[in-house]
Design a protein around this ligand. Sequence first.
Ligand SMILES: Cc1cc2nc3c(=O)[nH]c(=O)nc-3n(C[C@H](O)[C@H](O)[C@H](O)COP(=O)(O)OP(=O)(O)OC[C@H]3O[C@@H](n4cnc5c(N)ncnc54)[C@H](O)[C@@H]3O)c2cc1C
Length: 419
Amino acid sequence: MLRCCNEAGIPVTAAGGRSGVCGGAVPVFGGVSLDCCGLEGVQEAHRATSLVDVRAGTFGDDLEQELRSVHGITIGHWPQSVALATIGGSIACRGAGQYSTRYGKIEDMVAGLEVVLADGTVVHTGQLAGRGAGPRSAMGPDLTSVFVGSEGTLGVITSARLRAHPVATEERRAAWAFPSFAEGLEVLRRTLQRGATPAVLRLYDATESKRSFDGLDTNVLIALDEGDGFIVEATMAVLSQECRSAEPLDAGLVEHWFSHRNDMSVLESVIRAGIVVDTIEIAAPWDALAAIYEAALTALQATAGIIAASAHQSHAYLDGACLYFTFAGLGPDPGDDAWAEAFYRHCWQTVLDATLVNGGSISHHHGIGLVRGPYLPAALGAGFEVLKKLKTALDPRGILNPGKLGLPSPFGASPWPAG
Ligand SMILES: Cc1cc2nc3c(=O)[nH]c(=O)nc-3n(C[C@H](O)[C@H](O)[C@H](O)COP(=O)(O)OP(=O)(O)OC[C@H]3O[C@@H](n4cnc5c(N)ncnc54)[C@H](O)[C@@H]3O)c2cc1C
């Protein structure tokens, strides 16, 4: 199919669960919308090697269900959209699950890929590359990384080899309150830099804590770890020690988060009321997070029509973390689309400007798609020219997902230019 479309110069936009939130799967220049969901199922699971081969259209919850019940293993990739997103879509967007501090982000889980290029050539990378594929290699640059995060612009992912772990035998939960968001971030930095990686570490600012935890007027940290009992014990001991000056809260807050985390009903009623609402996730080094948080929220709060602006820290690493902003606004006339678009664009610009000025990356896990396209050249600098050359080399006729990643397209200008 790709070979035919390439010869005829017809755009092809790969689609998985269509849960992407940046417009990545929208076929903006028509052509073929390539639904990959039929490529489903686990091909092989090897408990001894901790590797799983899975077809790209498999949904995350189906994969976990089979691995856990049949093989006693888990990938540990639990995005909030686990039942809406395919493995191929998660890899294409460089997604993150909510247990990422223990199991890693999707790029840490992918050991190899099968990809079909624009001209129909089938490529195997990493541990799927054939003979000689080991757990790590030094065989030139890592070709798997070229396709992870490529959002359907460089090839169509048909299968992946993923790293797996034994299903956890122990789980521990805890929660604390901090007088300020910055103090909470500092505790997370120290914890991660001591080598403790609790699966879930989520720090909510006071606005989000009030909204998410029945009016709690403080900065709430919830933590959960799972795995081998000795490791969980040590991990939670390090975190508790770092939290010694914070106020301990009822660990039942973790259960509260757990049972509400996939509940989208409030969002639907907000949108029905004509409120413009969206989320923006970014990532930054530890020493830039507090400045980005302050700058982005100050600018959002000064925006005409804003009714809510808040953030939480959702994924933490040795060298930094992800901040997840939420904004909502209402114009004088809820049906005024021009107002809604101007407000929406302004909020995005505000948060991404604050991120870039302070040295952060403009997306942590949702990807670029359409909405961040205008910002990618500035974010990558000279690297964007390398991306353009890769695109030209792998897809010379530009048929793969044209209009995305801010890349030039032979089919016309992006329908979401900078504004
Ligand atoms: C309620 C909700 C919660 C969410 N929570 C999270 C979260 O916790 N973590 C997270 O990371 N994301 C989250 N997302 C975003 C979304 O689920 C992810 O971006 C997901 O990875 C998209 O997968 P998909 O199968 O739906 O892909 P699609 O939306 O169908 O496609 C997304 C992009 O990937 C490309 N693509 C899809 N399949 C392939 C393929 N086989 N080969 C090549 N390119 C392909 C498409 O062309 C497009 O550019 C959430 C979304 C929603 C709606």
